[in-house]
Design a binder for this molecule. Sequence first.
Ligand code: NDP
Length: 491
Amino acid sequence: MGAVEKPRAEVATTAAWDYAPAPEAREIVSFERRYGLFIGGEQVAPRSRSWFTTISPSTEEPLAEVAQGGPKDVGLAVDAAREAFRTWSRRKPSERAKVLFRIARILQERARELAVAESLDGGKPIKESRDVDLPLAAAHFFYYAGWADKLEYAFPGRRPRPLGVAAQIVPWNFPLLMLAWKIAPALACGNTVVLKPAETTPLTAMLFADVCRQAEVPPGVVNIVTGDGSTGAYLVREQGIDKVAFTGSTEVGKAIQRELAGREVSLTLELGGKAANIVFDDCALDQAVEGIVNGIYFNQGHVCCAGSRLLVQESIHDQLVGKLKRRMSTLRVGDPLDKNTDVGAINSSAQLERIAELVQSGVEEGAELYQPPCRLPEKGWWFAPTVFTNVAQSHRIAQEEIFGPVLSVLTFRTPDEAVEKANNTMYGLSAGVWTEKGSRILWMAERLRSGVVWGNTFNRFDPSSPFGGYKESGFGREGGRHGLEPYLRFE
Ligand code: NDP
């Protein structure tokens, strides 16, 4: 791990009682030794002749070899998508809908297998991949299947037409779910796609290629090119694309925007966040504590809309932080395949270094760190749930996206001050408001510069609800009727 010390929580104290292990059966998924690129409906060896190994972040065990897509491979994938666009875009919309419904049903049928694969390759707890990622991925396909033959009604008086070939680049925090967010609306609108999964989590995308085969998606309608960041860069540079949809870091989002400047390629960016979770003194405190925990420790905090800044009204600060620390001490960190696990593995050693570096900066800048006692496994990459109190707005941990299980607590006195502090960030993706007054939630929501504002809850997703950012969190919306528009032009 280079110069950065592997973070360790306080020494484990013996818990008063413990859970028996409850492992999900790993045998349900069997990976091939090697995965080629999925182009024109087939797995093909990369022209680059280059492969890399994807490993499990919780055990460091190699899972499979995956193709490293080079410029020629990306070109072939875009050609296949162009060719397929000629027929797919003219297919009867109700026929396109049938294909999407089939995908949705197969995702449901293979949900256990895909959930285990997601947890193995990405490190997230099985209860999250099983209860969140998979149901939502299937729900997105069901939802957009429903729109496929109703586009004229979605945009009355306008004549919606597909754009062409959509280049889609997804990150490692919700690999299959982000794939669904991208592919479902694109296909429903009559586009074809070339998708690039993240380097550290390509396996559920490769299993999805098999789902496409089962669902009889016509060859070339969905193409998947695996590889690292350079593969994504080749894809964006390809002249045959009509649209780029990207989810990932603000830095790469800006690079993509620069690359596309002057080209007639439509772009949507879903980038980072530093969401404020705002807790008023009149809220249901125990419910808020659950929401705070879910807001930041869900998926190890690898969530763009994570509630990573807790803004708490000064009068309840001590009481709330006390309750929060008690709740944190009950979180179980460890084997992602254990059904009792709350916090799984950090996705990669590089991400762990980033988290450790930012946490170190928090300590050096004078914030107070707390981690509950917990045992971290020897192998793999782990970070204990962490909370910082005494955080100043100028601290890096209050400004930068940590993308890990690290919460920064700040205080406010009045609603105006809460709004001002919440908006004091370059990001604008999400926010949460906890109060018993509905009118206050609406008052806050009007003033918060965030694409999503949750009231008395956090991290709730639904395919019918649009999601996206302001400021450096990007632009364009995914989900809902709004999520169709970026994949259409109007005559
Ligand atoms: P990136 O933005 O680098 O990765 C997102 C996707 O873009 C991946 O598929 C990646 O490929 C690809 N990519 C990387 N470079 C390029 C490029 N030049 N052109 C086109 N595509 C490219 O995120 P990281 O994985 O590096 O994470 C860094 C930080 O970004 C995190 O710490 C977090 O703060 C933030 N992040 C935010 C996410 C969000 O949902 N908003 C998601 C992921 C990260 P590859 O994985 O192969 O490098």
